[in-house]
Design a protein around this ligand. Structure first.
Ligand code: PRX
Length: 629
């Protein structure tokens, strides 16, 4: 199905960014690119001190936006909304037991001030890194907003990462502080986040830990770990909320760092700014999700990923919206829970991932969706290409052929959405994300590599502690443009069709994983001398991991799985592991991964294999795969 879906939805007529506004804005960017950014920045954000320069680039590729300006993202999310929206619900949270917590803008503001006072009292200063290893909760959102309020920098590590992965991310930021919860509830099980943090302490040397008592039974006074100080999260509630410890930050001061996989074994800590990030989080949320006063907006991402940062927390709050979120999994306590929540809480905007959509499609066969989803008016997708079959199901079954779908392409690095179809402007073309948003220009080179032409306000400023890697990984010398790492086709209307990564990054259920990261874990398993990880397409997960491990002893697949679980987390578990004696390599020693992909797909390797050092390896591998069937 490649047809164009019309702009059937009457709401598109009143879209925040309708045809006329879009036309005017695009013209304005064409006529005066930086003047337009300056105007938007002044209109959208509160500036404690106005900026002097819109954009400057001193040493390529490093750049800054809104220099001289002082602002604060937490202030823009909270204080700026108090006048109009103080009684409005800012966050509505449903926990695993279906208990509801609502915090109005006024209440959230007070809590954030209290928590920021608490952090200050504990000695946390501007520019200190604080690692968050938290379940999805109001407390996590409060912590995020309080950290940025005092100019400290949050580093959120998804709570599914292992102790080793957590420790690596803590070490990389040299953080003295961790905020966690005693446990997280997931599908009726308890995951001890605190225990994982204490294990991570053996491989890092943070000095302080703040523990949120999620279970209600956590006694930190009984905890001990040499040189580690424990603090109760809940103590913040006795702080004064009339005394504000806000720090006015330079627009270029970092707001947060978030780690993501790249093509080496070491994850990259992308550093995001304060001013530019805030501006784009706000604008892109309002334009793409068409947020209106009475919307109830649900983004299903976890705060441990960039989608949770920008479109669960910062973007909607900057716009004074009501953000809805749910603590547990989409199949807990039952496989219809998401639809029950949409019905009960009258969700109007629902933003999720293709892997979830494909899973829902499967479930629906045995668990018919009988709920009333008529409150929905807009659907969103992110994280990987949404295949036309899943698109059609989402559109027809969930959206009742009424709700437009915004397929949003972006990355941890871009901070916010770059490409989509805007409901008031563009037709939807299933399978194609859409066009670049105003102010953003994309192009492809002759190899179909996708680039973004100029630095834009929300682009990550550097890789923490490694500017050289930032330059090498993202900035193409020939085009002097940002290299996204994706392959894409752009049609005559400017619609971008994403075709997957061009580097060794794979996307399993919307989770970005570096093959090198998984390989360096596997070779730690007993008797494994070498490993190659490739991905093959998967009906639900988009892509899935296949491992070829060279063993010279009695390694078991369980040992390899265990090692990956220890180093990265269970979510990186391979679909298949093949134990073999050698990998196919070129004479220069490079592993020929395309051959492994073919073998994983049970295909006889195609194409030129004349560069192979030893062609017998292929036959041996095919034998290994056959035996496993
Ligand atoms: O390959 C693209 C894919 O996800 C990558 C970015 O992953 P991450 O930094 O984890 O951020 C995910 C959430 C923004 C991209 O390089 N990707 C993301 N959105 C889409 C997508 N691929 C196709 N279509 C999308 N809508």
């Amino acid at each position: 199905m490649t047809g164009i879906y019309p702009k059937i939805n009457p709401q598109s007529i009143n879209a925040n960014l309708g045809l006329k506004q879009h036309f005017d804005l695009t013209k304005s960017f064409e006529n005066d690119h930086f003047g337009t950014w300056s105007k938007l920045a002044r209109e959208e954000l509160f500036w404690h001190k106005d900026f002097e320069t819109c954009f400057s680039q001193k040493e390529y590729p490093f750049f800054s936006w809104f220099e001289g300006g002082k602002t604060n993202i937490s202030y823009n999310c909270l204080d700026k909304n108090l006048e109009k929206n103080s009684q409005k619900t800012a966050i509505q949270f449903i926990n695993s037991n279906q208990e509801e917590t609502n915090l109005s803008y006024r209440e959230l503001h007070q809590r954030v001030i209290q928590f920021s006072n608490y952090l200050k009292k504990l000695g946390i200063k501007k520019r200190d890194f604080i690692c968050l290893y938290m379940p999805l909760s109001c407390e996590a959102v409060i912590a995020m907003l309080a950290i940025v309020r005092i100019g400290a920098i949050h580093n959120i590590v998804f709570a599914g990462f292992s102790a080793t992965a957590l420790a690596e991310r803590i070490r990389d930021t040299k953080s003295d502080w961790v905020i966690t919860a005693d446990l997280a509830y997931r599908k009726g099980k308890e995951l001890s986040l605190l225990e994982t943090c204490l294990e991570a302490r053996d491989e890092s040397d943070f000095k302080n830990i703040i523990v949120y008592n999620r279970s209600g039974n956590c006694e930190i006074s009984s905890l001990e770990k040499s040189g580690l100080k424990f603090y109760k999260f809940e103590n913040y509630l006795s702080e004064d909320f009339t005394k504000d410890s806000i720090e006015w930050l330079d627009a270029e001061d970092p707001s947060f760092v978030l780690y993501t996989s790249g093509s080496t074994g070491k994850p990259k800590g992308l550093v995001h700014s304060t001013g530019g990030y805030s501006l784009w989080a706000k604008l892109s949320t309002r334009w793409v999700f068409d947020l209106k006063e009475n919307d109830k907006y649900w983004c299903t991402a976890d705060i441990g990923w960039i989608t949770g940062h920008t479109y669960l927390v910062y973007g909607p709050l900057l716009n004074g919206a009501t953000c809805f979120f749910y603590e547990d999994a989409p199949d807990f306590p039952n496989k219809n829970i998401f639809w029950q929540l949409i019905e009960k809480y009258k969700i109007t905007i629902f933003y999720t991932a293709p892997t979830a959509i494909r899973t829902f499609m499967q479930w629906q066969k045995d668990h018919p969706i009988t709920q009333d989803l008529s409150s929905l008016r807009l659907l969103g997708s992110v994280g990987e290409p949404i295949n036309p079959k899943a698109w059609k199901w989402f559109y027809e079954v969930i959206g009742n052929s009424r709700c437009p779908i915004v397929d949003t392409w972006w990355q941890t690095e871009t901070g916010g959405i770059m490409i989509t179809s805007l409901i008031g402007v563009d037709d939807m073309k299933p399978g194609k994300a859409g066009r670049a948003l105003p102010g953003i220009e994309v192009f492809t080179d002759t190899d179909n590599k996708l680039y973004i032409k100029k630095p834009f306000p929300s682009l990550a400023r550097t890789i923490n502690g490694n500017p050289a890697r930032y330059l090498n990984a993202y900035w193409n010398n020939e085009h002097k443009a940002y290299l996204a790492g994706d392959s894409a086709l752009i049609d005559e209307d400017g619609y971008v069709e994403l075709q997957g990564r061009i580097d060794d990054v794979i996307n399993v259920s919307g989770h970005r994983l570096g093959t090198a990261e998984i390989e360096s874990s596997i070779i730690k398993a007993p008797h494994v001398s070498e490993a190659a990880v490739v991905s093959i397409p998967h009906e639900i997960k988009g892509e899935t991991i296949i491992v070829f491990a060279v063993t010279n002893g009695a390694t078991t697949k369980d040992e390899i799985n265990e090692q990956i679980k220890d180093d990265i987390g269970s979510f990186a578990k391979p679909e298949e592991i093949f134990l073999c004696k050698a990998l196919p390599k070129t004479r220069s020693g490079k592993i020929m991964r395309r051959l492994l992909k073919d073998i994983g797909l049970r295909k006889f390797p195609e194409g030129d294999i004349s560069t192979l050092e030893d062609s017998k390896v292929i036959e041996a591998l095919i034998e290994v795969v056959k035996q496993q069937l």
